[in-house]
Design a protein. Structure first.
Length: 163
């Protein structure tokens, strides 16, 4: 048996329907490595990983190939995947590419997940200058650090304190 790889990142539930599809795919995969799934299907391992990440909507052909590689070609599991894909497709179609919704902390699986959602909201708002945020917080002090300008790849910790 080969050495274990690094643990898989948690499913992104920023769009709940897309997260549900990704979680369903991961549950059906079980402990089968993505390299084995790639050998069993016409899709690459990275495409299959991306399909089960919840970050982007895969094509229906990719989902079908993923399920076929897991041994599911018809039956209730296949039908459930079809419904989940339809719900995820509709949710992604309704949501514009640059959405400005306030991220919901209860949907974040980790600090990094929440940070990614906050960065997306910041980008969707047009990357307003930090000076605008400082003026809008009023009686609170927003520290002026590099983390307030850009969260980067690390989770950002916004701390506000009363002045």
């Amino acid at each position: 048996m080969g050495r274990p790889g690094r643990p898989e990142a948690p499913v992104d539930h920023t769009i709940p329907e897309l997260g549900a599809l990704a979680q369903f795919l991961r549950d059906k995969r079980g402990s089968i490595p993505y390299s084995t799934l790639a050998q069993r299907s016409a899709w690459g391992a990275s495409t299959l990983k991306r399909a089960a990440s919840g970050k982007a909507l895969p094509t229906w052909d990719c989902v079908r190939g993923y399920l076929a590689a897991c041994g599911i070609t018809n039956g209730p599991g296949y039908d459930d995947a079809g419904w989940l894909y339809m719900f995820a497709y509709e949710a992604c179609k309704r949501r514009p590419k640059r959405w400005g919704a306030v991220p919901r902390p209860d949907l974040a699986a980790s600090e990094a997940d929440l940070s990614r959602a906050l960065r997306a909201a910041y980008d969707a708002a047009g990357r307003r200058p930090i000076r605008d945020f400082i003026e809008r917080v009023g009686d609170y002090h927003l520290p002026r650090t590099p983390r307030t300008a850009s969260c980067g790849a690390r989770p950002c910790r916004w701390t506000c304190r009363s002045t």
